[in-house]
Write a protein that binds this ligand. Structure first.
Ligand SMILES: NC(=O)C1=CN([C@@H]2O[C@H](COP(=O)(O)OP(=O)(O)OC[C@H]3O[C@@H](n4cnc5c(N)ncnc54)[C@H](O)[C@@H]3O)[C@@H](O)[C@H]2O)C=CC1
Ligand SMILES: CC(C)CCC[C@@H](C)[C@H]1CC[C@H]2C3=C(CC[C@]12C)[C@@]1(C)CCC(=O)C[C@@H]1CC3
Length: 345
């Protein structure tokens, strides 16, 4: 039977609410009767019941005006993971998150829900049914992930029942769905450039992908269950579709659904990983002269060639989480939502 949740308050703010996940979250919150303040460096849409505050989350004064009289804050802003701007990740994900926490405390916010990432424990080697108590990656796969680790630590350490400020982190993995600017567009772009012919490794590696509405559901459950006496305080929760799938089956289903061929030829993982490292080094050396953006970065190759799936048992137990949309239904809805990316469009 579905869990019924009674919202304790109907006002909230979504930092990063113009983004892919943020906008889906805002739409669902509005549908549940919340009044939402969106804080983002850009305004991407308009919606009744939503007030936009355009600003940089590193600017505390700008944040304070958006957080006035708001008891619940969702923080799902980040620079795009594919960026190679280390200083930007440091400034937004680490320094900016400190500013968000400070602003929340000054504004009297009661709950902060952070969108973290399951990749905070991923080092480029297999993770099978990983639980939240795995240690943070000592060698994170890229600078994005390194700063997501620091960000999560800052938010969870800020949890204080004495101050009446409760925090929780949601760790989704491989979010996809309508309007996603990353997974499907990068995949299709690679296919159109003839780069999706090969399977990296033997193709048996299992991975979690998470439909965006399921991620939203996890966030709202966390916000509504987070109370001083609940086990959620200062905890992290994996939120996935809870249906690990072969990475290359998932990619093939999306590609075939959009009219492209599925990759068939196998290449050894170590060879492709080595080549991606070499290419990355060449791109680094040539950067003062020319900006090269390789498709097969070491991070993408590691994600495409290893097992990395996570247990949702803690979220099921503490939040009553069950993914509302199955993987098959999610893939069908996603494919349907990208008519402009179909072969020949
Ligand atoms: N897409 C994925 O597969 C996964 C994403 N995540 C996390 O989910 C969150 C949302 O990701 P997406 O929606 O995919 O990204 P997105 O790029 O679509 O949205 C991020 C939003 O943050 C805003 N933003 C960036 N810097 C800002 C700043 N300085 N001040 C104010 N706003 C700023 C952007 O304008 C954008 O609207 C991020 O925290 C990301 O790390 C976690 C796991 C997987
Ligand atoms: C070119 C192909 C080998 C791969 C194309 C698909 C990839 C673009 C995506 C497959 C797994 C995705 C993923 C993320 C981004 C997009 C992929 C690499 C994240 C890095 C996004 C941010 C996170 O927090 C973790 C995600 C893991 C999975």
């Amino acid at each position: 039977m579905a869990t019924r949740i009674r919202p304790s308050s109907k006002r909230c703010a979504v930092i990063g609410g113009s983004g892919f996940l943020g906008r889906h979250l805002v739409e669902r919150l509005v549908g549940r009767g919340y009044t939402v303040s969106v804080f983002d460096i850009r305004q991407a849409y308009e919606l009744p019941g939503v007030t936009f505050h355009q600003g940089d989350l590193c600017d505390k004064q700008a944040l304070l005006s958006a957080l006035k009289d708001v008891p619940i804050v969702f923080h799902c802003a980040s620079p795009a993971p594919g960026s190679d701007d280390r200083a930007l990740f440091q400034r937004v994900n680490i320094d900016g998150t400190r500013t968000v926490i400070q602003a929340c405390l000054e504004a009297g916010v009661q709950k902060l829900i952070l969108t973290s990432s399951a990749s905070v424990v991923f080092e480029g080697t297999d993770i099978k049914n990983g639980k939240e108590d795995l240690p943070y990656a000592k060698k994170p796969i890229d600078y994005y992930t390194a700063t997501k680790i620091q960000q999560e630590k800052l938010v969870l350490e800020a949890c204080s029942k004495e101050k009446g400020f409760l925090t929780v982190a949601i760790r989704p993995h491989g979010i996809f769905g309508p309007r996603d600017p990353q997974l499907v567009p990068i995949l299709v772009d690679s296919a159109r450039r003839g780069k999706m012919k090969f399977i990296i490794g033997d193709g048996s590696n299992l991975v979690d992908f998470t439909y965006v509405e399921n991620v939203v559901h996890g966030h709202i459950l966390a916000a509504e269950h987070l109370k001083a006496e609940s086990p959620l305080c200062a905890q992290a929760y994996h939120i996935t579709n809870d249906e690990p799938v072969r990475f290359w089956d998932f990619m093939s289903q999306v590609l075939v659904g959009l009219g492209y061929s599925a990759p068939r030829l196998h290449l050894p993982y170590a060879l492709v990983y080595g080549l991606s490292l070499l290419l990355w080094l060449i791109a680094l050396v040539l950067r003062p002269l020319v900006h090269i953006k390789p498709t097969f970065t070491p991070m993408r190759v590691a994600l495409a060639g290893t097992h990395h799936f996570y247990s949702c048992a803690r979220a099921k137990q503490d939040l009553g989480y069950r993914p509302p949309v199955s993987l098959q239904e999610a893939i069908a809805r996603t494919v349907e939502s990208y008519p402009h990316l179909r072969q020949g469009a």
